[in-house]
Design a protein around this ligand. Structure first.
Ligand code: HEC
Length: 212
């Protein structure tokens, strides 16, 4: 059961469209009457994604000091909380909030309870993933996709409004259905500037600065 509930923590990559999407779908084993968690139609939960998610969840290399994994603060035996008042992060700092349970995360309607409109992190992850895909494959499709994802910050989005604010150097937290979220939080601002740095690096990758 835990395995089922955990799969949702990870956002997988899109499958190869030539794959048969039905072939290796994850068989949810839910109690009678329980609906399956909602899953995007173009990103089905497969055996491989569940396995990758489990692996990454316990991979200490994901932390700054290489000594902490998700599973250290979200312990399966404690309903994916950590049994402490406040956790300590990999920098040694105490985190000001309690490590919350991840039970039933697949059914949550937002990625962050604190700020449901925070969507800039997804855009940054998309820019980084596309650039990494180009490094790995040299396929010219990926720089185009990275640029498209980056332009989301600049107004190529559902509302046609820029989230990046050149007067403050900050970036809005995300899009409401009718306007930009006016809060320019540190995470969003960093997400924009990391994406900008990613795009600059990627450009050098495509056209080395000294190439004639
Ligand atoms: C140092 C401890 C620590 C580590 C390591 C950690 N978390 Fe957390 N996690 C927290 C805390 C604290 C919160 C509550 C944050 C809040 O209330 O804003 C949290 C919240 C979450 C949430 C809920 C977010 C929300 O607002 O709804 C998810 C999902 C999550 N963590 C997944 C992960 C994953 C996946 C990893 C590994 C990549 C991870 N966590 C690593 C401490 C940690």
């Amino acid at each position: 059961m835990w395995r089922v509930l955990l799969t949702v923590v990870l956002l997988g990559c899109k499958d190869d469209p030539t794959d048969d999407p039905e072939e290796d779908l994850w068989p949810y084993e839910l109690p009678a009457g329980f609906p399956a968690p909602p899953v995007p139609a173009d990103n089905p939960v497969t055996d491989a994604k569940v396995e990758l998610g489990r692996y990454l969840f316990y991979d200490k290399q994901l932390s700054g000091n290489g000594e902490q994994a998700c599973g250290d603060c979200h312990k399966q035996e404690l309903a994916f909380a950590d049994g402490r008042a406040l956790p300590t992060g990999s920098t040694g700092d105490t985190i000001p909030r309690n490590a919350m349970t991840l039970t039933n995360a697949g059914y949550w309607s937002t990625f962050t309870w604190m700020n449901p409109a925070l969507t800039t992190l997804e855009a940054q992850a998309m820019v980084a993933a596309c650039n990494e895909a180009f490094r790995a494959t040299q396929d010219a499709m990926w720089p185009r996709e990275a640029k498209r994802a980056f332009e989301w910050f600049l107004g190529r989005n559902d509302l046609g409004l820029p989230l990046y604010d050149s007067t403050t150097g900050g970036c809005g937290d995300g899009l409401h259905h009718d306007r930009v979220n006016e809060n320019q939080g540190a995470e969003s601002t960093l997400a924009f500037h990391l994406s900008l740095a990613e795009m600059n690096c990627a450009e050098h990758l495509i056209t080395p600065p000294h190439a004639s």
